[in-house]
Design a protein around this ligand. Structure first.
Ligand code: ATP
Ligand code: MG
Length: 374
């Protein structure tokens, strides 16, 4: 008997012509993430994970891989009734249980209707505290009869979604807040590989805020492939805006610069879209007019806002689940309060935003910032 992990992919089944491509992508992602600790191969409609010693780590990695809907730790037993009986005799079962038999291999000599009660009987004989309850079992023993027999009593949830990379690559505007890491997670969940861009305003923001961003980017790699982080020096641009433009438009114009720079960097990283953590009406500047003016006439790349309609409490719940919340709430400011005006315009007028920023040498400021990216 050997032990393996079987990973199931769900939605991938539905993707018609793309199916093979998606399964290959999932397999490649699993192989990269399990490199040196386990092997992975496609077996029928599942992926079999083999040759590992550290089961806990493998389960953690596989269950956090987008595209995996569920997994089970499975005993692989020879395809004879005797081998299956011998294995069942070793199982310790307490309380209510049922046996599920799936006889996919019709060459197996005993029919499902006959085999399930025999297996249940063996468990009863060897476990004085076990009772059969097919309607409300505490333990379900699944016996999946194929080219070998796969036996398991556990189903662990995976994160679902689509394999990272099948939808292309995105560049995420990653601030130090709660929202943009969750937006990154959701983008990756739909198959986007993610790289990150962060705008820093030293010396008004500290090195610790960059460390925080690095920690967030690393935590997100639990779910994605290797990502790159670009840190853009944003102090000169922020100062120029503060000095020359209507203060109530500072945030709008800063955002427009961020998006322009993201497009420059994104073109180099192969990004086909930009992601932000923007959310409708969460703060005063996140009105439809505010959000629309952030990118109007500044980029050809589509901007996706995965959190646009979420409640803050829903975002916080997700941030806690994916493990970014504790880092996000550390008190290192991401955008310097020096540059944030007291009364930002709530419904910016796009024409006014363009008029205000035309007081600046936009191209020159952008080239200098892009040159300074680390
Ligand atoms: P978050 O929780 O992600 O910081 P927020 O609720 O604070 O979001 P805003 O400050 O309005 O919202 O920022 C909206 C979005 O703009 C952020 O989610 C992020 O995508 C982007 N953003 C803001 N500041 C920065 C920054 N300094 N660097 C990179 N992206 C930023
Ligand atoms: Mg923020």
């Amino acid at each position: 008997m050997k032990q393996i992990i079987l990973a199931r992919y769900g939605e991938i089944h539905l993707k018609g012509g793309n199916r093979d491509h998606f399964i290959r992508a999932l397999l490649n992602n699993l192989r990269k993430r399990l490199k040196g600790i386990a092997t992975a191969s496609v077996q029928g409609t599942r992926i079999e994970i083999n040759k590992y010693t550290d089961e806990r780590s493998v389960v953690d990695i596989v269950s956090a891989t987008f595209g995996v809907v569920s997994l089970s730790i499975v005993a692989v037993v020879e395809l004879t009734p005797e081998s299956i009986f011998d294995y069942l005799k070793t199982q310790k079962i307490n309380g209510r249980f049922k046996v599920n038999v799936n006889r996919a291999n019709k060459n197996f000599p005993i029919k499902t209707m006959d085999f399930a009660p025999i297996c249940g009987g063996i468990i009863l004989d060897n476990n004085p505290n076990a009772i059969v309850d097919v309607n409300n079992p505490e333990t379900t023993i699944s016996i999946d009869i194929r080219e070998q027999t796969y036996i398991y009593d556990n189903v662990i949830s995976g994160v679902g979604g689509l394999p990272v990379g099948v939808s292309g690559r995105a560049l995420v505007l990653l601030s130090g807040g709660i929202d943009s890491p969750v937006a990154s997670y959701l983008a990756a969940k739909r198959g986007l590989g993610v790289d990150f861009i962060h705008f820093a305003t030293p010396p008004y923001t500290s090195d610790l805020s960059i460390e925080k961003i690095k920690t967030l980017a690393t935590k997100l790699e639990t779910f994605t492939d290797k990502s790159r982080l670009f840190v853009v020096p944003f102090t000169e641009i922020s100062k120029a805006i503060k000095k020359n433009c209507d203060p109530s438009y500072t945030i709008t114009i800063m955002r427009r610069f961020m998006i322009r720079i993201a497009e420059h960097v994104g073109r180099k990283t192969g990004a086909s879209c930009i992601i932000t953590g923007e959310n409708l009406a969460q703060v005063a500047s996140q009105t439809i007019e505010g959000i629309a003016s952030n990118n109007f006439c500044v980029t050809c790349l589509p901007i996706l806002r995965p959190l646009i309609t979420f409640d803050k409490s829903e975002i916080i719940t997700m941030a806690k689940k994916i493990g970014t919340y504790e880092t996000s709430i550390q008190p290192h400011e991401d955008c310097c309060t020096v540059f944030v005006p007291e009364r930002p315009v709530i419904k910016p007028n796009i024409k006014k935003a363009i008029d205000e920023e035309s007081k600046l040498d936009i191209e020159k400021l952008i080239i200098a910032a892009v040159d300074g990216v680390i």
